[in-house]
Write a protein that binds this ligand. Structure first.
Ligand code: UD1
Length: 326
C-alpha cells in the first residue's frame, strides 16, 4: 500500500505498525522522495497498491493568514491529487488522518438546556479569567460532555477547515468511485519523534522542549482545559485497524482517543515530575483560537474497528519525558 507522509512523526510510526502487521509499504514523503501534490510522484508509487494511508499534511495552528495558501495547497489540493490517482489506478481503499479540531469547541451540558455547543468564548470573559464557556441560551456555566462522530463540524482555523475539506473530498471519491474511506479523527497525539517546539507544535511538544531547556512549562488559562492525549503507537495501530473497516461508497469517521481525558495542567505536571522539574507555571494567558475542552468517546472505533488505546497516560508521559523529539 501507499503511505503518504511516511517520514513524519505519526507517519513513521504508522509505517512501522503496517510493516509489523505484514503489509508491504511504499512511502511517499516530501522530505525524501516527492510531494503529494505531484501526480507523477503519486503515479510512480501507486501501481500494485490496494490502499492509500494518507498522513501527509501541513499540521498545527499556523502563524497567521500568510499560511492559508500552504494549508489549502498541501491538505486540500494534495488530497485531490491522491484521490484522482487512486481512481486512475483502481485503488479502492483510503485511510485518512483527520483531526478532532474539525468539531471546534467540544460538547457541553447545561443544567437547564441539556447538551449544547457553545460558540467561541468572549474576550471579555477570558481577560477576567472566566475560561469555561457559557450556555448560548442562558449564559450559565457548563460542564463538559463527550462529543460523538455525528456532531456538526465547526472548524475554527485553517488546519481544521482543510481537514474537514479532506473528509468531504474523500466522501465524494468514495461515492463516485465506490471506494471505502475511513477518516481517523486523532485527538492530541504525543510520543517519540514528536516535532520540537515550533509555531506548529502541539502543547505536549512545547512543554517537553521547555523542560529540556530548563524552563518551566507555561500552562495557559488555569490549566483546567481538558484534552485526550493519545500515544502515537496507539494511533499507528488505529491505522492498521482502519484497513479492515468501512463500507464501499461511503466515508466512515472515528474518534481516535484514549477515552481517558486529562487536563493540560496535569500533563505539564506529569512531564515536569518525570524530568525532576522545573515545576509548571500557570500563567492565566489565553489564545483566542483555543477551545476549552475537547473530549470524545472512543466507543465507535472500539465497536466497529476493534481499536482500543493501550498506552496509559502515566506510562506514555514517562516515556515521552525523555524520548527523542523529531
Ligand atoms: C492540537 C493541535 C491540532 C490537532 C489537535 C488534535 C497544534 C497547534 N494543535 O490542538 O492541530 O489537530 O491537537 O491532535 O498542534 N497550551 C498551553 N501552553 C502552551 C501551548 C498551549 O497551556 O505553551 C494550551 C492551550 O491553551 C490549549 C492546550 O494547551 O488549551 C492545547 O493546545 P494545542 O496542543 O496547541 O492545541 P489543541 O487545540 O489541543
Amino acid at each position: 500500500m501507499l503511505l503518504t507522509g511516511s517520514a513524519g512523526f505519526i507517519g513513521s510510526h504508522v509505517a512501522e505498525a503496517l510493516k509489523e502487521a505484514g503489509h508491504e509499504v511504499a512511502g511517499l514523503d516530501v522530505r525524501m522522495d516527492g510531494d503529494v501534490r505531484d501526480p507523477a510522484a503519486v503515479d510512480r508509487l501507486l501501481p500494485g497498491s490496494d490502499a492509500v494511508v494518507h498522513q501527509a499534511a501541513k499540521v498545527g495552528l499556523g502563524v497567521d493568514v500568510a499560511d492559508l495558501p500552504d494549508y489549502a495547497s498541501i491538505n486540500v489540493y494534495g488530497m485531490a491529487v491522491v484521490l484522482a490517482a487512486m481512481a486512475r489506478h483502481g485503488v479502492g481503499r483510503l485511510v485518512l488522518a483527520s483531526s478532532m479540531v474539525i468539531y471546534g469547541e467540544g460538547a457541553y451540558e447545561c443544567p437547564d438546556h441539556g447538551q449544547v455547543r457553545p460558540g467561541p468564548r468572549e474576550p471579555a470573559d477570558l481577560t477576567r479569567g472566566i475560561f469555561e464557556p457559557r450556555c448560548p441560551t442562558c449564559r450559565s456555566a457548563l460542564s463538559p460532555a463527550t462529543i460523538g462522530e455525528d456532531a456538526p463540524a465547526d472548524p475554527r482555523n485553517a488546519y481544521a477547515t482543510t481537514k474537514l475539506a479532506q473528509e468531504h473530498l474523500a466522501a465524494n471519491w468514495a461515492r463516485e468511485a465506490g471506494g471505502i474511506a475511513v477518516a481517523l479523527r486523532y485527538h492530541n497525539v504525543y510520543g517519540p519523534r514528536m516535532p520540537k517546539d515550533t509555531p506548529y507544535s502541539g502543547v505536549a511538544a512545547i512543554f517537553r522542549s521547555a523542560l529540556e531547556a530548563g524552563r518551566p512549562p507555561r500552562v495557559f488559562e488555569d490549566g483546567g482545559q481538558r484534552r485526550d492525549f493519545i500515544h502515537v503507537r496507539d494511533v499507528a495501530q488505529a491505522n492498521v485497524a482502519a484497513l479492515g473497516g468501512g463500507r464501499p461508497g461511503t466515508l466512515a469517521a472515528y474518534n481516535i482517543a484514549s477515552g481517558r481525558p486529562h487536563t493540560v495542567g496535569e500533563m505539564a505536571a506529569a512531564l515536569a515530575a518525570e524530568r525532576g522539574g522545573p515545576e509548571p507555571v500557570v500563567t492565566g494567558e489565553y489564545r483566542l483560537g483555543d477551545v476549552r475542552h475537547i473530549v470524545a468517546s472512543p466507543g465507535k472505533a472500539a465497536a466497529e474497528l476493534g481499536f482500543r488505546a493501550r498506552v496509559g497516560f502515566i506510562e506514555g508521559m514517562k516515556e515521552f519525558a525523555t524520548a527523542p523529539l523529531g
